[in-house]
Design a binder for this molecule. Structure first.
Ligand code: MLT
Ligand code: MN
Ligand code: ZN
Length: 311
C-alpha cells in the first residue's frame, strides 16, 4: 500500500486567504517555521497505478500538480485517480469534485447522507453521470474502491457539515454524517479520520494494532480559535476533539498500539504548525507527527515489526 497526504490543513489551508492569526501571519511573511499547507486530502493505492482520493479538497488541482503519481500517464486523456471517497460533507472535503469535471470516469463513494447532500446540489451535476458513478456504501461493509484496496467506513462522533447545520446542530453523535475509513492492502492497515468530535472506546479498539492512524488535528486545545482571537467556536462545537487535555486525542490513544500516529486536517490557528514551538515539541514528544503536504506514510518492514513485537 502507498499513501500520500496531499493536503494536511483543515478548511482554509495555511495561510487562510483572509486570516492574520499568529500562525497565518508567519506564513504570509514567508517565515520558514510555518510551512504552507493545502486542505485535507489523502491519496492511497494498492498497486501504484490506480489511486483513491479520500476527500476532494478545493486545492485538488494544486495537489495533483504536486504529486507525479496523480498526473495523467498515457493517451490523450487519462487520470490515475480511479475513485474518490468522502468522509463528510464539509466544503474542504467536497469542493474539489467541481474540478474533476472533464468527462473523466471515476467512482464516487460515500454514505447515503453524504451522497444525498451532493445530489441536492445541482452544481455537482457538472460531474457527468455518464462518466462518474456515485456509489453509496453502507457503514461497516468492506468494499474495493480501486483494485486491491479494501475499504471500510465506520461512524465516528461528529456533526453535520457546517453548511448543512440547522439552528441547533447535534454534536457528538456517530452516524452517517461523519465517518472514518479503514484501508487495507498487502497486509497493511491504516485509518483516516480527519474529523472526529470525541475519541470513543469503540474507536480506540478499532485502531488497535493498525500500521498508521491519521487523525483529526484541527485544534490543540478546545478553545484555540477563541485564544487566537479569530472566532467564538470551540473545537467541540465544530466537531473536532482537541489534541491536548484529559479527553484529547493524545491521551485517549496513548495506550493504543499503533505503528505511526499522524495529525491531519490541522487548522491554521493550531500552534503546532510552528516548527520549534513548545506546542510542536509537546505533540512530537507524545509520539505524534504533524503532517505536511506530500507526507508519505512509511510502513515499518513487516519482518522488523514482527521482530520488535517478539523481542
Ligand atoms: C470543519 O472541518 O469543521 C469544516 O471544514 C468547517 C468548514 O466547512 O469550514
Ligand atoms: Mn474540515
Ligand atoms: Zn489563521
Amino acid at each position: 500500500m502507498q499513501a500520500i497526504i496531499l493536503g494536511s490543513a483543515a478548511g482554509g489551508g495555511v495561510p487562510q486567504w483572509n486570516c492574520r492569526c499568529p500562525v497565518c501571519s508567519l506564513a504570509w511573511a514567508g517565515d520558514p517555521r510555518v510551512q504552507p499547507r493545502t486542505q485535507s486530502s489523502l491519496a492511497v493505492s494498492a498497486d501504484g497505478q490506480t489511486w483513491l482520493l479520500v476527500n476532494a479538497s478545493p486545492d485538488i488541482r494544486q495537489q495533483i500538480a504536486a504529486t507525479p503519481a496523480l498526473h495523467p500517464q498515457s493517451g490523450l486523456r487519462h487520470s490515475p485517480i480511479g475513485a474518490v471517497l468522502l468522509t463528510n460533507g464539509d466544503v474542504d472535503h467536497l469542493a474539489g469534485l467541481l474540478t474533476l469535471r472533464e468527462s473523466q470516469a471515476f467512482d464516487l463513494f460515500g454514505t447515503n447522507e453524504i451522497l444525498a447532500a451532493i445530489a441536492e446540489n445541482r452544481v455537482f451535476d457538472v460531474m457527468n453521470s455518464a462518466f462518474v458513478t456515485r456509489r453509496e456504501v453502507r457503514l461497516e461493509t468492506v468494499f474495493e474502491p480501486v483494485p486491491g484496496l479494501k475499504a471500510t467506513l465506520f461512524p465516528v462522533p461528529g456533526k453535520a457539515a457546517l453548511w448543512l447545520e440547522g439552528a441547533a446542530p447535534v454534536i457528538g453523535l456517530a452516524g452517517e454524517s461523519t465517518v472514518g475509513v479503514l484501508l487495507e492492502a498487502g497486509g497493511r492497515r491504516i485509518a483516516y479520520v480527519p474529523g472526529c468530535a470525541r475519541v470513543s472506546e469503540e474507536l480506540r479498539q478499532r485502531v488497535q494494532g493498525i500500521d498508521a492512524l491519521l487523525f483529526d488535528g484541527t485544534v490543540l486545545e478546545d478553545d484555540d480559535l477563541i485564544r487566537a482571537g479569530v472566532g467564538t467556536k470551540t473545537g467541540w462545537r465544530m466537531g473536532h476533539v482537541p489534541m491536548n487535555g484529559p479527553d484529547g486525542s493524545i491521551a485517549s490513544f496513548s495506550d493504543v498500539t499503533v505503528g505511526e500516529r499522524v495529525f491531519v486536517h490541522i487548522n491554521n490557528t493550531n500552534p503546532v504548525l510552528v516548527e520549534g514551538s513548545a506546542e510542536r515539541r509537546g505533540v512530537e514528544e507524545a509520539g505524534w507527527t504533524v503532517a505536511y503536504d506530500g507526507f508519505i506514510i512509511h510502513f515499518v518492514p513487516q519482518a522488523a515489526a514482527v521482530a520488535a513485537t517478539t523481542d
